[in-house]
Design a protein. Structure first.
Length: 236
């Protein structure tokens, strides 16, 4: 989708909750560890400009704390003033700026839609924002962000979308792949599209996986036939 200042964003559709899934558009972010969407109780301008997620419209939603346990035992959802965990997350988007969101956690069913009509689903601890700063989130041409990082960038194991998806779908390969074009893109879960490869794929170990980033060690940087003098001690 197009954004401000001729910027472009690669987004996809998510369906949250059951039995009548709520569809939202999300940005795929490999450097984030959470699914963040606006909560239906959020009344700020930034929330009102986007599709919001309502746990009260889902029979599978459960309010949880950061440890993954229900806020109130024996009660799916809480209303009114209740002692519960809340998380503040900071985001930096090169084309949009910086901003913070204050969110509570809701455990619910999350499904990825595909162009072929079928879905893959998992249960996830969703960050449902009850407050979003207007400067960044007003300008977002999508409803939320889906983090694809490893566990190191998440507030809890229940928030790690990629691992949860793989655990829920054991027949899928533990891979995801991105194909980004000038006007469109594709994301693959459970494998990659070999037709997109110019040559055989090479695999590298993740550097410092506990940090949560998909980083690899870089020994040198070359532009054409010239080795750039910026990576003498190694980069990542």
């Amino acid at each position: 989708v197009d954004g401000v200042h001729n910027s472009h964003f690669y987004v996809g559709r998510l369906a949250l909750g059951q039995p009548n899934p709520q569809e939202l558009q999300v940005l795929f972010d490999t450097a984030s560890g959470h699914l963040l969407v606006p909560h239906s109780s959020c009344s700020s301008e930034a929330c009102n400009k986007h599709q919001r997620y309502s746990p009260f419209q889902s029979s599978t939603a459960v309010d949880v704390n950061t440890n993954g346990k229900p806020v109130k035992e024996g009660q799916r959802l809480v209303r009114g003033k209740t002692m519960r965990d809340a998380v503040t997350v900071e985001f930096t988007q090169a084309d949009l700026g910086e901003g913070k969101a204050r969110a509570v956690l809701v455990h619910d069913n999350v499904c990825l839609g595909t162009e072929f009509g079928h879905q893959v689903c998992t249960d996830l601890d969703i960050m449902a924002a009850i407050k979003m700063e207007d400067e960044l989130f007003n300008a977002m041409p999508y409803d939320g962000m889906l983090g694809l990082s490893m566990a190191g960038l998440s507030s809890g194991a229940g928030c790690v979308f990629f691992k949860r998806l793989m655990d829920s779908n054991p027949s899928m390969l533990p891979q995801f792949g991105l194909s980004l074009g000038a006007q469109s893109g594709e994301i693959y879960f459970g494998g990659h599209d070999s037709a997109r490869l110019a040559e055989d794929l090479k695999w590298f170990p993740v550097l410092h996986p506990d940090d949560g980033f998909w980083e690899v060690a870089v020994q040198a940087v070359r532009l054409g036939n010239v080795t750039v003098d910026y990576c003498k001690s190694g980069c990542r």
